[in-house]
Design a protein around this ligand. Structure first.
Ligand code: DN4
Ligand code: BGC
Ligand code: ZN
Ligand code: ZN
Length: 361
């Protein structure tokens, strides 16, 4: 057994503790790692609040180590052609089960909700908020760009956005989505919410040529508006100013009332990506007019969760590009750096939060 410090919960009940745990050292391992930075998001907060009924501890254990948004340092690795001691890597969250999609490395599209499919720090597999981690090399993605520094911790949340754009690319092909100039330039993308995932969606949308607006039901902080401005992203408080004529709508709020309010502004052949989840959001009565609106306009509504290894690689490439073009804005996305002992960040968003990270060492 090796004693180490870790941040743990008891899934799905919740709670959070920075404590000492005992974990056996495996006889053989591919790579031994330690965390450098770990991001926290709505999923971690949902787990700690006991609001995510789908989460569970590893089999036979009474706790779950939290943390799925990790930037790790390689402390030791068996001989291999990919990583070595000192490299920075990002671990995959989801591990495959036995279905056809899991078997081809697309566990993000698991066909059956496979009981063998686990998510580190979320379902049945310990996460990365602990001093020592052992991993198979196939579940690690190397950070190649030395300029990225702690920004590489955004790889995990950004990989979800890369996968969602893959979904968009597939479903938007049912008709011609491009403009007369065969590009997406000027097509209108609206993102509901202005948290970390919304920011990453907005930058990825700008890269593709969209005219991007983020919306929320309140005004936004100066820091957030400044970052949006640098990337050419607009912001609207929709209680004062409701965007119209939307081509691509992305919801990060998980609130059906808000989603439907915006859905009724989506153009013919428009695409709606549902991404935010909030099991506690109040219901919205869908009526016949809502259904007519969607059907008569050939609107596609697609859910998107998690991502595959290729999307982690794409995320790292985008982070490098953005960091080269907008280094100050990228630095300001990490709005708070906490110590592992500051477990109050799991209960309360620091004011003006975009991304809160824990600096482990
Ligand atoms: P977050 O930072 O809590 O972002 C949620 C955003 O939605 C915040 O800006 C909220 O504003 C805003 N919001 C809430 N209610 C409304 C509303 N009625 N109208 C407009 N805006 C609203 O969380 P995040 O950015 O980390 O993640 C976004 C969502 O995606 C969460 O629900 C996650 O569970 C989900 N998620 C899904 C995947 C996946 O599918 C991966 C990661 C996260 P305010 O309340 O803060 O002002 O793979
Ligand atoms: C993670 C995804 C995961 C999802 C589960 C998100 O926070 O980024 O990888 O599939 O939570 O709900
Ligand atoms: Zn997360
Ligand atoms: Zn599966």
């Amino acid at each position: 057994m090796t004693e180490q410090k870790a941040i743990v919960t008891d899934a799905p009940k919740g709670g959070v503790k920075y404590t000492t745990i005992d974990m056996p050292e495996p006889e053989h391992y591919d790579a031994k790692l330690s965390p450098v930075y770990i991001g926290i998001c709505g999923t971690d907060r949902g787990e700690v609040a006991g609001a995510l009924s789908f989460t569970y501890n590893p089999e036979g254990e009474n706790f779950l180590v939290l943390g799925h948004e990790a930037l790790l340092r390689v402390d030791d690795a068996r001989d291999n052609g990919y990583i070595k001691k000192g490299d920075l890597v990002v671990p995959l969250v989801r591990r495959p089960g036995k279905c056809i999609n899991c078997r081809i490395g697309r566990q993000d599209n698991c066909s059956i909700g496979d009981p063998d499919k686990h998510e580190a720090g979320i379902t049945g597999l310990h996460g990365f908020m602990r001093d020592v981690i052992y991993e198979d090399i196939e579940y690690l993605v190397k950070v190649e760009d030395p300029e990225l520094g702690r920004i590489a911790v955004l790889t995990e949340p950004l990989k979800n956005v890369m996968k969602a754009f893959e979904v968009f690319d597939v479903v938007s092909k049912r008709s011609i989505f491009f403009g007369d100039d065969s590009t997406l330039i000027g097509k209108r993308m609206v993102i509901i919410g202005s948290g970390s995932e919304a920011f990453l969606y907005s930058f990825a949308g700008v890269d593709r040529g969209f005219d991007v607006t983020m919306v929320n039901r309140h005004d936004e902080t100066e820091n957030k508006l400044k970052i949006m401005d640098e990337f050419g992203v607009k912001f609207a408080n929709y209680l004062k100013d409701m965007p119209e004529k939307i081509d691509l709508l992305v919801d990060t709020s998980g609130d059906p009332t808000t989603t439907f309010k915006f859905l009724r502004k989506v153009n013919n052949n428009g695409v709606v990506i549902l991404f935010g989840t909030n099991g506690k959001a109040p219901g919205y009565p869908v009526d016949g007019e809502d259904i007519d609106y969607i059907v008569e306009r050939n609107i596609t509504i697609a859910g998107s969760v998690d991502a595959a290894k290729i999307h982690y690689v794409q995320a790292l490439q985008s982070l490098s590009n953005w960091n080269r073009r907008h280094p100050d804005a990228m630095k300001s996305i990490i709005t708070y750096e906490a110590k592992p002992s500051e477990t109050n960040i799991f209960f309360q968003k620091p004011h003006g939060e975009i991304k809160t990270v824990i600096k482990w060492q």
